[in-house]
Design a protein around this ligand. Structure first.
Ligand code: GLN
Length: 265
């Protein structure tokens, strides 16, 4: 079994190392044509704007993808990645990868970065802390930047067994503010009660709602798409990766059982 890991920036090596521990080869994906050799993809955490810019700068994703005739005419950036998602291949986005997969992202600089989309949710890019300016000020005022939390994920315990909770490593993580009806919520995190209310007038109502409810969605599944706001690849627990590999197995089985065999008469 081979799994592609988008290797433009961020924690792709860590994902490949976990896959190796599970006896699976993780291959770095830097060019569009490499996507054709894999049937599943992990989009790692990192910094989503940087990742998008690197893709453009190196001509690795955008222009090169656009120049491939089979993608010509497709609107927007990342057409090959969009196509890969649309074809129903399993894709797992962690942190920045979750942002890329979301249909809608808020809380970003004007313009923000392009999204691959496909996952019916609204994500706040820097819900748990700013990536760039004023980070030390926010830190001094107790604004959460990065933290760890125990997460209850019954769906994964049911499939993978093991301890009842998971260590969630959140690094300036996004939060999922709203999900569509087809999206299965896998995990939520309770906001610490000392989190200060945001006082600037630019915050959006969804963000305010999430904070008022003190619970934020941090892991979801929608068909063949899996997304986590935290970083399972930075822990010793391999259950998220093996859960994703099972999604790949199930998808392959479905694909082969839907193949029509023509029996000659
Ligand atoms: N908030 C970050 C972003 O905007 C993601 C952080 C992460 O992947 N650890 O890209």
């Amino acid at each position: 079994m081979v799994v592609g890991v988008l290797a433009l920036q961020g924690s792709f090596n860590e994902h490949i190392a976990v896959l190796r521990r599970l006896g699976v080869k993780g291959v770095e994906i830097k060019k569009p044509e490499q996507l054709r050799s894999v049937r599943a993809l992990i989009i790692p955490g990192g910094e989503s704007t940087t990742m998008a810019k690197l893709a453009e700068y190196h001509n690795l994703v955008c222009s090169l993808f656009l120049s491939l005739s089979r993608y010509k005419g497709k609107k927007g950036k990342f057409p090959a990645l969009r196509e890969f998602v649309k074809l129903g291949n399993p894709v797992w986005g962690t942190c920045a990868g979750l942002i890329f997969l979301a249909d809608k992202a808020i809380g970003q600089k004007a313009g923000g970065q392009d999204l691959i989309g496909g996952l019916n949710c609204t994500v706040h890019r820097n819900f748990f802390g700013s990536q760039v300016a004023f980070s030390s000020v926010l830190h001094a005022t107790n604004w959460i930047q990065s933290f760890e939390a125990e997460l209850s994920v019954p769906e994964i315990v049911a499939k993978e067994g093991g301890p009842p909770s998971f260590r969630g490593v959140f690094i300036r993580a996004p939060g999922i503010l709203e999900v569509g009806p087809e999206v299965q919520v896998l995990a939520e995190v309770l906001l610490p009660s000392d989190k200060p209310a945001k006082d600037d007038a630019t915050s959006e109502s969804l963000e305010e709602n999430a904070k008022a409810e003190k619970k934020v969605i941090v892991a979801v599944k929608q068909g063949t798409l899996l997304a986590t706001a935290f970083h399972p690849e930075l822990t010793a627990d391999t259950r998220w990766h093996s859960y994703f590999l099972k999604m790949l197995d199930e998808n392959s089985e479905e694909a082969s059982s839907s193949t029509v065999t023509v029996v000659p008469s």
